[in-house]
Design a binder for this molecule. Structure first.
Ligand code: PLP
Length: 396
């Protein structure tokens, strides 16, 4: 039978990237005591009041069809949230989606197609290449350099731009590196985007998980309002990834054009989840503050614990749920190290290659497991690193 080319374009960009995670889960289900440090699934539940609100809404009959833009209570809550950042935001700027991922997919579909190209920093979040290639557009990478703390530099962006480029897909705070762009960097990047008439699609799903200092976004700059679209959700901020509740906020013309894409694709989102999301956005809930403290503490713990490990260089994050470790000093790349760690030490981490060529020498460790497991995982990583150091010496 014949299939559309999208299935070829995405063939190796889906679950292949999560192969180690899937294999670790398979082994776990057979009883192997694997320490799983792969995906960014918060280890605390959503606040009890969110569950109560979703239940209340369901019992109140909020399970009927919705509309394409989003249920009025959540749209209004989003307007209140984003008005704090830019005074001109109205409900005409809001579109609701089941999570950031779907928002990114639909937004990209509305902005680019075959013949176009999308700029994105490398390292990059594992699904971005698929999101870009699904549209038929090409991906153009901008190197994010360790010496700049993985912060995108305007000069690197400008150097990468080709005639086909229409969009910069920006991610701050960044997954996997935890980099948080500064106001000066955002201003310089915004200037380049204005000069080359690029859209800026900004994935801000980790906005609430910045460890120190503020969060800055191109969305906050009125001069960039006509070209900036924010995608985000309550997945990380409220430890609620399974609720699949997110949004895109962008210029009015953009949302009105995208509405039919969204309606065709989704036929609305779930009203009881929309009510719960409105409640989450409107009420002071301490989940993100607790996660910030916890994840920063665990990142520091890993840095301290691996300080003496031969060939391992942890790169401390500024935000988020992960830390990357450069393993090239062991003589292995991230992929080789991650498989050896799973096979020999029963610890599952993500190979950097799942996050682009720029992360090939790294592994990504999730900070969403308790300290005891983190300590034990570090001990096992150090043991593997020490053995590979010996192997290297023997080979030399
Ligand atoms: C950078 C980034 N964007 C988007 C997502 C997906 O978020 P959501 O659950 O809102 O779809 C993730 C999830 O890990 C992520 O790390």
């Amino acid at each position: 039978m014949r299939y559309a080319s999208i299935t070829d374009r995405l063939a190796s960009l889906g679950s292949e990237k999560w192969e180690i995670h899937i294999e670790a889960r398979r082994r776990k289900s057979k009883g192997e005591p694997i320490i799983e440090l792969t995906i960014g699934e918060p280890d605390m539940p959503p606040h009890e009041s969110l569950l109560a609100e979703a239940t209340r809404a369901m019992h109140a009959g909020r399970y009927r069809y919705s509309n394409g833009r989003g249920e009025p209570p959540v749209v209004e809550a989003l307007v209140r949230k984003y008005k704090k950042r830019r005074a001109d935001v109205t409900s005409a700027n809001v579109l609701c989606f089941p999570g950031t991922q779907t928002a990114l997919f639909a937004v990209m579909l509305g902005l680019v197609e075959k013949g176009d190209a999308v700029l994105v920093g490398d390292p990059l979040y594992a699904t971005y290449e698929g999101v870009i290639r699904a549209t038929g557009a090409d991906q153009v990478t901008v190197p994010l350099r360790a010496e700049n703390g993985f912060h995108m530099q305007a000069a690197d962006l400008e150097r990468a731009i080709t005639q086909e480029c229409r969009v910069l897909l920006l991610n701050t705070p960044h997954n996997p590196t935890g980099a948080v762009l500064t106001a000066a960097e955002i201003a310089a990047i915004g200037e380049v985007c204005r000069k080359h008439d690029l859209w800026i699609v900004c994935d801000e799903v980790y906005e609430e998980l910045v460890f120190a200092g503020g969060f800055v976004s191109p969305f906050d700059n009125p001069d960039l309002a006509e070209r900036t679209i924010v995608c985000s959700s309550i997945s990380k901020s409220h430890a609620a990834p399974g609720f699949r509740s997110g949004w895109a906020i962008g210029p009015e013309e953009f949302t009105s054009r995208l509405l039919s894409v969204s309606e065709t694709m989704l036929f609305g989102v779930q009203p009881f989840i929309a009510d719960m999301t409105a409640f989450a956005l409107d009420n002071p809930i301490d989940t993100s503050a607790r996660m910030r403290t916890s994840y920063k503490g665990r990142a520091d713990r890993i840095v301290a614990s691996l300080a003496e490990a031969p060939g391992l260089l942890p790169l401390p994050p500024e935000a988020g749920m992960f830390i990357v470790v450069d393993v090239s000093g062991t003589g292995m790349n991230g992929e080789e190290f991650a498989w050896a760690l799973l096979n020999e030490e029963q610890v599952a981490v993500m190979p950097g290659a799942s996050f682009g060529e720029g992360a090939a020498d790294f592994v990504r460790i999730s900070l969403t497991v308790p300290e005891g497991q983190i300590d034990e995982a570090c001990r096992r990583m150090s043991a593997l690193a020490a053995r590979s150091g010996l192997k290297k010496e023997k080979r030399a």
